[in-house]
Design a protein around this ligand. Structure first.
Ligand code: M6R
Length: 611
């Protein structure tokens, strides 16, 4: 949940580290810090509570700190409140060793007691401080040896960046269960939580694996396996997306830019996988025999990715006539799940690093399931540990609230459904081809909704002052309501709940009173009349209803709601891709009108690498 970066080379390190941290700030933003070494001034450490801009101001954009090697950190607090002293880098008692860390050291209390018994004095409440002191405890002139001994002692998850004043010609990196990449330059090298931090300087990277330690000098990177320090040959990957993909490109917020990028992201995700009117999924060789044997599909994910799973359940079950269960990853591993060797687990994650999802994947694998993951970040942990991976081609997603990743995850769900239906023979050839044809029209229909975004902005201006908002829908409309509600609450801080419309009367309807805003999703044609009944129920209790349906049902809906959003008609299976866009826009404009920090909502971080 934190971002780390390290640089070693010939340039001044501090401005480069600040630039890298700015690109990692989405990972955590309650405090930040730098440690830079220069022969004249030794190891200089500057830390500050607050956004990166506070730190940057203190060090004058980096120009106040001299030295060509250093590490930086942007924090999402776990152990110890956001404060100067709890910010990273954490430093050993002598001030010789500085550590930046992403993850949690689970046995830090025992280590702290051990070190305290040796006379070590602790200054912060962080788990990370034990790493700095333990390194000093073991350090006898060889920092790599010391790191190796520390890794023997610590338990939990970590991506570590380490600098030692006694050997300033090297940086050390180590990882277990938290992401870490290494960037190869000419006369310089990097470590970082993800490629966005280094892409301005180099496109050649490698992904550190669990249990690996890297020694970076300005001219070389050597990776070793822990615990025997055997050299490891790493495969280099070339990152080919443009740096502009990780910049705002004229938009006020990353979220606005990413919402607008959805037609392209959707197109990029589907088009290489549709060939001669058929779906072709690269590397996915599950055949008809496997699918017929398959006892169920278990979808595992968190947050918005879980909401994609909710949509997927409706679509896959209808098309394949196979049972589909959707589980929150954080619950899955503790519920003794009914997974067999014939279960297919579809793991969905934008980042590919969400620790709950990762742990659930490992649990499913341990029980013999086949793992197919849907991931956006190439080379991420979930991608690497899966039997099969299908990438969403959304490009980097920076805003904490996901939009284009969600849409491209849905796109892959459609493709998987179509391919499996073909192999199982559960969807008529004619219908399958019709859906594939319609799939190609979705980017254009998304664009039509985006071009009319001012109408959503208008509805946001009417409703942005509400303090509690309900979303209701049935079937896939209910699943979209869950996502609309999450989008709204995470960035606008308005209390909101999503309900299966038929369930309201079993309790929640008591909360509906004069002026309560209910957003009613009524795009599922077979359930339209049922939804109209639910709308009438809440209206008779005083609710103000903003409805959503397809253009062909627009006039009918307008008769019962106060305001209506219309989306183009499409095949029912593909409706979620159109319905979700007004929900994203509504959340965005409401948050904008409430003056919220849209790209970095309070208490959140983009990549959730703690349990
Ligand atoms: O990277 P992942 O897809 O695994 O992340 C899962 C959730 O943390 C994520 O979808 C979260 O709910 C979003 N911020 C919602 O907008």
């Amino acid at each position: 949940m934190c971002g780390i970066v390290g640089y070693i080379g010939a340039e001044e390190a501090a401005p480069i580290l600040l630039d890298g941290l700015a690109r990692l700030e989405y990972r955590g933003y309650d405090s930040a810090g730098l440690a830079v070494f220069s022969p004249a001034q030794g190891l200089q450490v500057v830390k500050a509570k607050g956004r990166l801009s506070v730190l940057s101001g203190i060090v004058d954009g980096g120009s106040a700190l001299h030295g060509t090697v250093g590490v930086g950190h942007t924090r999402w607090a776990t152990h110890g409140e956001p404060s100067d002293v709890n910010s990273h880098p954490q430093v050993s008692a002598s001030g010789r060793i500085a550590v930046v860390h992403n993850g949690i050291i689970e046995n830090y209390v025992q280590i702290k007691e051990f070190l305290a018994s040796k006379g070590v004095h602790f200054v912060s409440q962080t788990d990370t401080e034990v790493v700095a002191h333990l390194l000093e405890y073991y350090y006898e002139g060889d920092i790599l040896e010391a790191v190796s001994k520390v890794l023997h002692r610590i338990e939990g998850a970590y991506a570590l960046g380490i600098i030692c004043a006694d050997c300033p010609d090297r940086l050390i990196a180590a990882r277990k269960d938290s992401p870490l990449i290494l960037g190869y330059g000419e006369g310089f090298n990097f470590l970082a939580s993800d490629v966005t931090a280094v892409i301005k300087y180099t496109r050649d990277v490698c992904y550190l694996e669990d249990g690996e330690i890297a020694v970076l000098t300005k001219d070389a990177i050597q990776v070793y396996s822990h615990p025997y320090l055997q050299p490891v040959e790493k495969e280099r990957h070339h990152v080919d997306w443009e740096i502009s993909a990780a910049e705002k490109g004229g938009y006020e917020h990353f979220m606005a830019k990413e919402i607008m990028e959805q037609p392209k992201a959707f197109h990029d995700t589907i088009s290489p996988r549709i060939q001669d009117g058929r779906v072709v999924l690269e590397g996915l060789d599950l055949d008809g025999d496997y699918l017929r044997r398959m006892d169920k599909i278990y979808i595992i994910a968190c947050g918005s990715s879980y909401h994609v799973g909710m949509v997927a359940k409706y679509i896959l079950e209808k098309a394949l006539r196979k049972p589909v269960e959707v589980a929150l990853a954080s619950e899955f591993r503790y519920c003794d799940p009914l997974v067999t060797r014939d279960t297919l687990c579809i793991v969905i994650s934008q980042s590919g690093e969400t620790i709950d999802t990762m742990a659930a994947l490992r649990e499913a694998k341990r029980r013999g399931a086949t793992i197919l993951s849907i991931v956006n970040v190439v080379g991420s942990s979930i991608a690497r540990e899966s039997d099969y991976v299908l990438y969403t081609w959304a490009g980097p997603e920076i805003a904490v609230a996901t939009t284009k990743a969600y849409s491209t995850q849905l796109a892959l769900i459609y493709l998987i459904t179509l391919r499996f239906a073909e192999l199982l023979g559960t969807m008529a050839e004619e219908e399958r081809r019709a859906v594939i044809d319609e799939l190609r029209t979705i980017p254009g229909k998304m664009q039509k909704i985006l071009d009319d975004r001012e109408s959503i902005q208008y509805y946001a201006s009417i409703y942005f002052n509400h303090e509690s908002i309900f979303f209701i829908g049935r079937n896939i409309d209910y699943a979209i309501g869950l996502e609309g509600s999450l989008k709204l609450k995470e960035i606008s801080y308005i209390h909101s709940e999503a309900y299966a419309a038929g369930e309201l009367k079993h309790g929640t309807i008591s909360l509906i009173e004069e002026g309560t805003l209910v957003i009613a999703l009524a795009s599922c044609a077979p359930l339209f009349d049922k939804l109209v009944s639910n709308i009438v129920e809440v209206k008779s209790r005083g609710a103000d209803v903003l409805g959503l349906t397809v253009e062909s049902k627009g006039e009918d809906l307008k008769k019962v709601v106060d305001n209506a959003i219309l989306v183009p008609d499409t095949h029912p299976m593909l409706l979620p891709s159109l319905d979700v866009i007004p929900m994203q826009l509504f959340a965005y404009y409401v948050a904008l009108m409430r003056g919220c920090d849209i790209d970095k909502p309070r208490n959140l971080a983009k990549s959730v690498t703690v349990e």
